[in-house]
Design a binder for this molecule. Structure first.
Ligand code: GDP
Length: 298
């Protein structure tokens, strides 16, 4: 991901290298190139506009540092603005004052929720927590079993309705899981909810019902970064239908153009908190805006 954008930006910067100082015309030409590079990377238009306006304003402004040549100054401004658009600081998980901390996952089917549930659980377990996974995706026939497999690999407990128990109500399962977590001293509950292939009112209502039943400390919207501009529309739909506190980007290892990653924070106003970069449970970490910006500009 981001290779094309990286290459484009590198060539924009290299054309500035020979300049002694930047005229307004140079700045206009440069920001025009940056705009094209971002649009080609599938970054949402409002985000591109805001980004380019900021870069232009700062490049024209008086923040001329003697230590940096014009090309370096533009790189610095673009780097700062990329960090800004990606959310600035890393946003950490908020834990409940009284355990269990409830984390609910929402997103489309195939976004990588179940995999992410396992990754997050493993990550938290390694930090000394005792998480429990909850199978509240009762829509997909294999979802419960898939979560059990993931739980085994992550070496964490899974709360799921017994096969054939007739429990078909994900809201009841989610609610019961909290009592079970308290009983078994799990300090974190991660609830995997059902997704559909597309945005669907029934799915949204179910997720909202689960949310109302368990009042999550964190609702995380899980989105596949490979779906490009659709990630933005999907995020907006989940924002309206369920609401969320943070975003998890999955499949950042893919070869999509990366625009989703650069747009979702600005469009939803919610921070990207975690990133998934592969199918293995270890392919996962907290999201660091500064590291992502350096990756793009390297
Ligand atoms: P869910 O329907 O949202 O629960 O999605 P799943 O967790 O079942 O994931 C759907 C597919 O995406 C599976 O084949 C996963 O192995 C794969 N997947 C999940 N996360 C990633 C990731 O970060 N990178 C890659 N390459 N594949 C992923």
């Amino acid at each position: 991901m981001f290779e094309t954008l990286s290459d484009r930006l590198t060539s924009v910067f290299s054309s500035l290298r020979s300049k002694g100082r930047l005229s307004d015309a140079d700045i206009d030409a440069t920001t025009r190139e940056i705009r094209i590079a971002l649009l080609e990377a599938d970054v949402a238009l409002p985000v591109v506009k805001a980004f380019v306006a900021q870069v232009k304003e700062r490049a024209r402004g008086s923040e001329v540092s003697q230590a940096l040549n014009p090309a370096q100054q533009v790189v610095k401004i673009v780097n700062d603005e990329l960090i800004g658009i990606l959310g600035g600081e890393t946003r950490r998980l908020r834990f409940a004052k009284t355990p269990p901390t409830v984390i609910m996952l929402a997103g489309l089917q195939g976004a990588g929720k179940t995999t992410l549930a396992g990754k997050l659980a493993r990550w938290l377990r390694e930090q000394g927590h005792a998480p429990m996974l909850v199978a509240a995706d009762l829509q997909r026939p294999n979802a419960v079993q898939q979560l059990q497999v993931v739980g085994e690999r992550a070496q964490v407990a899974v709360f799921a309705p017994e096969p054939g128990s007739g429990v078909g109500d994900p809201v009841a399962v989610a609610r019961r899981s909290l009592d079970e977590a308290r009983r078994l001293n799990h300090d974190i509950v991660i609830i995997d909810t059902a997704g559909r292939l597309g945005i669907d009112q029934e799915m949204m209502r179910q997720a909202a019902d689960i949310r109302d039943a368990v009042t999550p400390d964190e609702t995380l919207f899980v989105v596949d970064a490979m779906i490009g501009q659709d990630a933005v529309t999907t995020a907006q739909a989940f924002m309206e239908g369920v609401g969320f506190d943070g975003v998890v980007l999955t499949k950042l290892d893919g070869d999509a153009r990366g625009g989703a990653a650069l747009s979702v924070r600005h469009i939803t106003g919610r921070p990207i908190m975690f990133a998934s970069t592969g199918e293995k449970l270890e392919d996962f970490d907290a999201f660091h805006p500064d590291r992502m910006a350096s990756r793009i500009l390297d």
